[in-house]
Design a protein around this ligand. Sequence first.
Ligand code: GAF
Length: 390
Amino acid sequence: MKATFVKQEGTVPYQLKEFIKDNSLIVRSPGRINLIGEHTDYNDGYVLPAAIDKAAYIVITPGNDNKIHLQSVDMNESYSTTVDDIIKSVDQSWPNYLLGVIAQFIKAGINIPGFHAALTGDIPLGAGLSSSAAVECAMALALNEITHAGFDKLRLVRMAQKAEHEFAGVQCGIMDQFASVFGKKDHVIRLDCRSLEYEYEPLNMNGYHLVLLDTNVKHSLASTEYNVRRKQCETGVAMIQQHHHEVKSLRDVTMDMLDKYVLPEDIVVYQRCKYVVEENNRLLEGCKDLEANDLVAFGNKMFETHHGLSKLYEVSCPELDFLVTLVKDNPDVLGARMMGGGFGGCTLNIVKEEAISKLIDDTTAAYKTAMGKELKAYIVNIEDGSSVIG
Ligand code: GAF
């Protein structure tokens, strides 16, 4: 079967060098940002993500027996098992992102040899940049190569997503894994999560940059609350389906339907669904703004998204709200919003190039005073998706 990924020589992180043997393979899989379209992927909606210049890296070295050794270089921890004993780890959580992918390959009937895998990366953990999806996708790509399974990119994305469902317990949508694998330098991906059709749109920033402000609040509530939100959306759809059998997901739902059939029944479910319906429309309008090079109009939609995520979908937190409010009237910031699953992590900001360092200094000081926490800031660039780098 033919190889799915073109090998791209890339820089191997120095901390992985000691693990590289003659028969090793090195893979890189990036984290992601999402410009607009949050919590829409599992509702058959649209998203607009991109892969970034922060990634997970794995050096994988096949062995001669059935032993599997996983090593997290950054955490200085390891986990050992055998090919015929791939079960969820209880004591350590990081191996689950790797084990979950191995389990998917076994389910697909692929013979897995024993191997050693060393993992590192520079995606901040718990910051809403999909470090877990990046690790899953790196593992999926590594196994695809060493087993010659020949799965295409979409199949690997789905296997990585399933690993998250089954071994990490988060019923995530497809966005994060898709962005990690399909990312393209300097482009955003307009993905229809129902049909999985996608288009790459060039992102012309015209003197502006994407800046992430990291609350340093780790989103520990996220997995439970995430699954609750998903259920609430399904509940709303079920209420409407009693009257409109053709409705399959919130993608098919209008505000009229919500007002008529959900509002009288359950205000919380109504608010969740309202946010999603509005967010899908916002994304479609936002894409027109980007095509027209109107970053001002696009930025305003980011503020609206934040408002919806905070007040209707209720996945924000005081720290995220503080950072968005702080930049709202700053003429150098065109748009800002929380990004990813929520309950912590980063805000994504569109900031005028000359104003970036002052913005970072000012927000760092204000955040420390108001929240008593350290702020971290990252200027992100959009990069290619997963690849074999050595
Ligand atoms: C998390 C999930 F993994 C994604 O699938 C997506 O739902 C996102 O939250 C919210 O848009 O990153």
